[in-house]
Ligand binder design. Structure first.
Ligand SMILES: [Zn+2]
Length: 349
């Protein structure tokens, strides 16, 4: 099969990879319909994280091609959405809703590599969720978004305790931040302040439900959020960047007693000042999103066309042109790149 590997920073190649097959009875092999490039794929691309001939990709939708003997909830031919974290969905951590830290868990990124024609998914029952039927082609980008960016933005909003009547601020206007705006709207927030300096992303944020845009950062950004929230700061802040500047911005934009949902991947060197944190009296909750917790609900919302998160993809390319997709995101010409692998099959029912 064909699949994307990153040989070294900035060096993307589509190569022949070994066809995946069933190894454990809990496995499924999925024929990928669509996959995409994540903001986190840019860290190794830019040399911030080590990379060496690594199979790339962790977001995916597709059709179940083969299942192991122990798989119960899926059958061959099902269209599935998978989480970017492998989980059994039965251990105590999973049952508490933290499938991204499953005791049998692992990350799809770096090992399985779903920017490919097929993928072997371990713990298929606990990782994949079947859609109610074969999706209309126009639903595929939205279902794909649920695999990571939407699920991550949704988790950030839930972790930030977004709800009716709340004022929400979103730090970061990448795909996840924009999905955080969509989630906040869907969860009933009254005011949604998107922090963005880019006109195209501001427009999308407004479309997803932002009520206010703040273009300034740092102390000025904090002051602007406070001004919009009666001088108090937001009830709920979504942090979707992962840098120290963004975390501090989030903490300082939150009112005492408020909540921060942080999903930007923190890298080495990000440190939080304990004294400031102590006196801020804010709740911090985040990490890799337990997307599997939210998949059934998100698939349902997409299926009923109540949300259209697929709009976050502003570039679509065939898998073979993955290198151009990475370059476009690296140069910020694209918010998020979808890679098409093959046409969806017609329903045979
Ligand atoms: Zn588990």
């Amino acid at each position: 099969m064909r699949g994307v590997v990153m040989n070294a920073p900035g060096d993307i190649e589509v190569v022949e990879r070994e066809d995946p097959m069933i190894i454990e009875p809990t496995d499924a092999v999925v024929r990928i319909t669509a996959t995409c490039i994540c903001g986190s794929d840019l860290w190794p691309y830019r040399g911030v994280e080590p990379v060496d001939h690594t199979p790339m990709g962790h977001e995916y939708v597709g059709v179940v091609e083969e299942i192991g003997d122990a798989v119960q909830t899926l059958k061959v031919g099902d269209f599935v959405v998978g989480s970017f974290c492998i989980s059994d969905n039965t251990c105590p951590i999973c049952r508490a809703g933290y499938q991204s830290r499953c005791v049998h868990g692992s990350f799809v990124a770096g090992t399985i590599g779903t920017q490919a024609e097929k993928a072997r998914i371990p713990y298929a029952d606990g990782t994949l969720v079947a859609t109610p039927g074969q999706p209309d082609p126009e639903l595929i980008p939205s279902l794909l978004a649920a695999s990571d960016v939407l699920g991550t933005g949704w988790f950030a909003a839930v972790a930030a305790e977004v709800g009716p009547g709340k004022a929400v601020a979103v730090v970061g206007d990448g795909a996840v931040g924009l999905m955080g705006v969509l989630a906040a709207k869907q969860l009933g927030a009254e005011q949604i302040i998107a922090m963005s300096r880019h006109a195209d992303r501001q427009a999308l944020a407004r479309e997803f439900g932002a009520t206010d845009i703040v273009e300034v950062r740092g102390d000025a950004g904090v002051a602007a959020v406070r001004e919009l929230t009666d001088g108090l700061g937001a009830h709920s802040v979504i942090e979707a960047v992962g840098t120290q500047e963004a975390m501090l911005q989030a903490i300082r934009s939150t009112r005492p007693g408020g909540y921060i949902g942080y999903v930007g991947v923190a890298h080495e060197g990000v440190a939080l000042p304990a004294d400031e944190l102590f006196f801020s009296e804010v709740h911090l909750h985040g990490g890799p999103a337990p997307v599997r917790r939210f998949l059934p609900e998100l698939i349902d919302l997409i299926w009923r066309r109540e949300i259209d998160p697929g709009k976050v993809f502003d570039l679509s390319l065939p898998l073979e042109q993955a290198a151009e997709g990475y370059q476009a995101m690296d140069e910020r010409r694209a918010i998020k790149t979808l890679l098409t692998v093959q046409e969806t099959r017609e329903s045979v029912s």
